[in-house]
Design a protein around this ligand. Structure first.
Ligand code: ADP
Ligand code: MG
Length: 278
C-alpha cells in the first residue's frame, strides 16, 4: 500500500542502565538504531523473541517512554519532542493495547468506569455513556457487560474491553503489544479476527507486536524482525515469513512449534481508500 507514513521512527536508540545487588552497573541496549515506517491504514508486525526490544519500541512509539536518540514522527510531527496541546492531540491519535488482560484492568472498576475514565482522559466533557455503548458494539460485547467487573469476564472478553478502552479515544493508530499472547489459541483467533474487522471498519493503522511467527502474515501486510534491538529483516509479511533471508528469521521460523499453526485464518484486506468504492 502506498500513502504517506502516519508513523515513522528513525534511528531509535534506547539503553537501560541499572545496578545489581552488589552495586555493579549494567547496561542493556534494548534498541539499537531502529527505523520503521507505517503508511496510513497499513499494518506492520514487529516480531522477535522475548527480550528483543519489542515492548521498549511499543512504549516509545506511543509516547510512554522517550528514546535516548532518534526520532518518532506521528502524522508528520516529532512526537517525543512535542509538548502541550500538540502532544495531547498526538497522544489521542495513537493508543496501545497491552499484553495481559488480567493485569491491565483494575479489578475494582466496572467496565463502564474503565471506559469512562479513558474517555474522560481523552475527551473531557463529551458524552461518555453514548461512547461506552458504541464501544461495546464495536468489540461485540453486550451492553449489559458495562456493569460487570473484570473478574466476571473471560480472558477474551477482558481483551475486548481493553480494545474498547484503546479505541474510545478514536485513534488512527493502534499498537498491540502481545495482545493475544496470554489467551488460549482459539480465543487468540477470535481476537485477531476482531482486530482485522476493526481495522477495516475504522480504517486503523496497526502495529502488531508479537513473538508468534505464525500469526504475522495473517494479521499484517508488512513485517520487521527484531533481534537484540536491531532490525535484522523487513519486508512484505507473506514473503518474509514464507522465505526468510536473514539467518535469525530462519531460525525463528524453524523453532516455532507447528502444532500451534492452523487456528488463525484472518487475512485482512486493505482498508478502503477514500473515494474508491469497495
Ligand atoms: P521484549 O518485549 O521483546 O521481550 P523488552 O523491550 O521488554 O523486550 O526488553 C528489551 C531488553 O531491555 C531486555 O533485555 C530487558 O531486560 C531490558 N529492559 C526492558 N525494560 C527495562 C527497564 N525498565 N530497566 C532495565 N532493563 C529493561
Ligand atoms: Mg514485551
Amino acid at each position: 500500500m502506498t500513502g504517506p507514513p502516519i508513523l515513522r521512527a528513525q534511528g531509535v536508540h534506547k539503553t537501560f542502565r541499572s545496578r545489581d545487588r552488589s552495586g555493579r552497573r549494567h547496561e542493556t541496549a534494548a534498541l539499537r538504531g531502529v527505523d520503521l515506517e507505517v503508511p496510513l491504514g497499513g499494518s506492520l508486525a514487529v516480531v522477535g523473541e522475548s527480550g528483543s526490544g519489542k515492548s521498549t519500541l511499543a512504549r516509545i512509539l506511543v509516547g510512554l517512554d522517550a528514546p535516548d536518540s532518534g526520532t518518532v514522527h506521528l502524522d508528520g510531527v516529532d512526537f517525543p519532542a512535542s509538548t502541550g496541546a500538540t502532544r495531547r492531540a498526538l497522544q489521542r491519535q495513537i493508543q496501545m493495547i497491552f499484553q495481559d488482560p488480567y493485569r491491565s484492568l483494575n479489578p475494582r472498576m466496572s467496565v463502564r468506569s474503565a471506559l469512562r475514565f479513558a474517555h474522560h482522559a481523552e475527551q473531557p466533557g463529551a458524552d461518555a455513556d453514548e461512547a461506552c455503548r458504541t464501544m461495546m458494539q464495536l468489540v461485540r460485547l453486550p451492553e449489559s457487560y458495562l456493569d460487570r467487573r473484570p473478574h466476571s469476564l473471560s480472558g477474551g472478553e477482558r481483551q475486548r474491553v481493553n480494545i474498547a478502552r484503546a479505541l474510545i479515544a478514536r485513534p488512527n493508530v493502534v499498537v498491540a503489544d502481545e495482545a493475544v499472547s496470554a489467551l488460549d489459541r482459539s480465543v487468540q483467533a477470535d481476537i485477531l479476527n476482531l482486530l482485522a474487522d476493526l481495522r477495516r471498519e475504522l480504517r486503523l493503522t496497526l502495529v502488531y507486536i508479537t513473538h508468534d511467527v505464525h500469526t504475522v502474515s495473517a494479521v499484517c501486510e508488512d513485517v520487521l524482525v527484531l533481534h537484540q534491538g536491531l532490525v535484522v529483516e523487513r519486508g512484505r509479511a507473506a514473503t518474509v515469513m514464507a522465505d526468510p533471508t536473514a539467518d535469525y528469521t530462519r531460525a525463528l521460523v524453524a523453532a516455532a512449534p507447528t502444532v500451534d499453526r492452523p487456528l488463525v485464518t484472518v487475512r485482512p484486506t486493505s482498508p478502503p481508500v477514500a473515494g474508491v468504492p469497495s
